[in-house]
Ligand binder design. Sequence first.
Ligand SMILES: [Zn+2]
Length: 59
Amino acid sequence: MIPFEKCPICGGELEEKIVEKLLRGGDNTAGLKVQAEVCLHCGERLYAEEVDLHTCFVS
Ligand SMILES: [Zn+2]
């Protein structure tokens, strides 16, 4: 779960949303839906599950 109750950037309210991240690997682009908390004030996205693009594609 997300360790934040408020936005760590501005202290605004967070709303849980499903957002789509685009992942690119070579010629392929994949959309990955992830749960995130989105700040209603500044729009900062806090991802519920750590999405580390480097571990996906660097090898
Ligand atoms: Zn914020």
